[in-house]
Design a protein around this ligand. Structure first.
Ligand code: BGC
Length: 530
């Protein structure tokens, strides 16, 4: 009984009511405005200066790399000049020690090495030809610029963008902590390491994953107007949206084309409400934050994204385990254990280790609707080494995990709703199509009913309601970040020509009718548009 009561209390602490959601939206809008007014606000609201467009006639080979959090991906796009292309894609896990390396050089040297391996594996001929040319310095075509790959760099951390291929790191997130890199131009860091390996690669564009997602979604989503928001709910969380230039009050350092009156803004909403004015704050949120390399920062992200949800759950479970009156995973009171075996937790169980619980456990718990919760119980045994958990144990675990996931989804709705309201599209008589939002990331892709829970919260929001929620279309833009970066790299060379962001999006959408980039196979080749 104590377990059931205690579980209810814990679940209640993760409750995030309709009223809370509404308060959240009001504050989110306020902090968005603040970020548009001045630098140094909680939400950075970074202008992106994306202005050029592909027209489908480009020829050549373009590359994109994506440093997101867990993995580093490398891809290339062969443009055939007739709007068809060939896409090749690989990914590698980032070694944990490099996330906290002493110097930026260590991490970026690793990244450059992956680019080299990719080139040797997938573009051996081009690569060998480059090496041969290097050896024949006297040859007139020795270092011709067209022999160099243009690379779009998706760098999914807060960066002060100074130009299309220039931006300084503001701070690390998602467990990365290499102070040496902060304040430095990440494109230059990558280019230096690429040059050390003498690779024929030029870092041509710097893109946040949310911007890439917005671009990729805009071209692939049906309809005449593009997506208004690209959002990531994965290891980390963030969103990029299309803002009116007239709302950007802080000075814009770089050059930009103002003919559309719009610019894509990278919100860096992971740091929404670092002050905790409206964000929920349970004892486990406090504990989690203190144990991260960046306490007090990314407070919204720490309640929403995949990197943290497993850890929040782990901390609540540990607290319950410590409580002698609560029979969680203890056999004294698990007398009804229908598996008729003694519950025990192995000493080496990941439940005892910081970051030991992967967020995928929450997905398993949410997906298991068998009466005996047998799938979850098997998961507890196989991955957490918690043996013979009783049905009551599994029910408690599922209830708490569900409450954490639900709170994350409802918090996600706060950001989405605020951006929808900010764009004014719901009241725009010309907006006769769905308001399109592209999302990507493990959480939104794999956590059961995540989008449904977002919609449920959206319906409760003032200014959106049942009718508004129906007009919002949240669609997956799978691997949009890599594709978006490649597309921006593709046009970066034409940046001198001033073409507008709206043209960029509409041209992309035109091309999308001929190609399909929404699903990118890994480690394989795809001939698109054929
Ligand atoms: C970073 C963002 C990024 C997001 C999703 C956050 O931690 O600050 O730049 O877009 O993660 O990857």
């Amino acid at each position: 009984m104590a377990l059931e009561t205690q579980t209810k209390t814990v679940v209640g602490q993760f409750d995030y009511s309709d009223e809370d959601v509404n308060k959240g939206v009001v504050e989110f809008l306020r902090q968005m405005a603040e970020g548009l007014e001045k630098d140094g606000a909680s939400m950075s609201q970074i202008p992106t200066y994306v202005t050029a467009v592909p027209n489908g006639t480009e020829k050549g080979l373009y590359m994109a790399v994506d440093l997101g959090g867990t993995n580093f991906r490398v891809c290339s796009i062969q443009l055939n000049g007739d709007t068809t292309f060939r896409l090749t894609y690989t990914k590698v896990a980032i070694p944990r020690e490099l996330m906290v390396a002493k110097t930026a050089e260590e991490l970026f040297a690793f990244l450059a090495k992956q680019v080299e391996i990719f080139l040797r594996t997938h573009h051996g001929e081009h690569f060998e030809a480059h090496i041969r040319r290097r050896m024949t310095m006297s040859s007139p075509e020795g270092f011709k610029d067209e022999n160099v790959f243009r690379l779009g760099f998706t760098f999914s951390f807060p960066v002060q963008q100074l130009g299309i291929n220039k931006g300084t790191l503001i701070r690390w997130t998602k467990g990365f902590d290499i102070p040496d890199a902060v304040g430095k131009d990440v494109c230059a860091l990558l280019q230096t390491e690429i040059d050390k390996l003498h690779l024929p690669v030029k870092v041509a564009a710097l893109v946040n994953d949310t911007v890439g997602t917005l671009m990729a979604r805009s071209y692939s989503s049906p309809g005449k107007s593009g997506a208004i928001l690209g959002a990531i709910f994965g290891t980390g969380t963030n969103g990029a949206y299309v803002e009116k230039l007239s709302n950007i009050k802080k000075p814009l350092a770089g050059e930009y084309d103002n003919s559309t009156g719009e610019m894509v803004i990278n919100t860096e909403w992971g740091s929404f409400d670092n002050q905790l004015k409206v964000l929920p704050n349970t004892p486990w949120d406090v504990q989690l934050d203190l144990a991260t390399p960046n306490p007090g920062i990314q407070m919204y992200e720490k309640r929403v994204s995949g990197m943290y949800l497993g850890e929040i759950l782990r901390l609540t479970v540990i607290d319950l385990l410590k409580n002698p009156d609560v029979a969680l995973f203890k056999d004294d009171n698990s007398s009804y254990n229908d598996w008729k075996s003694t519950t025990n937790i192995a000493e080496h169980s990941p439940i005892y280790k910081q970051w030991g619980l992967d967020t995928s456990v929450l997905s398993v718990a949410a997906a298991d609707s068998t009466p005996e919760l047998s799938i979850l119980r098997q998961e507890l045994e196989a991955n957490l080494h918690i043996y013979a958990p009783s049905l009551e144990d599994a029910q408690a675990f599922k209830a708490i995990a569900g409450a954490i996931g639900r709170r994350a989804a409802r918090l996600s709705a706060v950001a989405i709703a605020a951006i929808v309201l900010q764009t004014g599209k719901l009241n725009d008589p010309e907006q006769d199509e769905p308001i399109d939002i592209g999302v990507d990331g493990s959480l939104v892709e794999h956590y059961p009913y995540f989008r449904d829970m977002i919609y449920e919260a959206l319906r409760a929001i003032k200014g959106i309601g049942e009718e508004g929620a129906k007009r919002i279309r949240i669609g997956i833009a799978k691997d949009g970040s890599g594709v978006g970066a490649a597309l921006i790299a593709l046009v970066a060379a034409r940046m001198e020509k001033s073409t507008s962001t709206a043209d960029f999006i509409s041209d992309l959408r035109l091309n999308a009718k001929k190609t399909d980039l929404t699903a990118v196979p890994e480690d394989s080749e795809l001939a698109a548009g054929e």
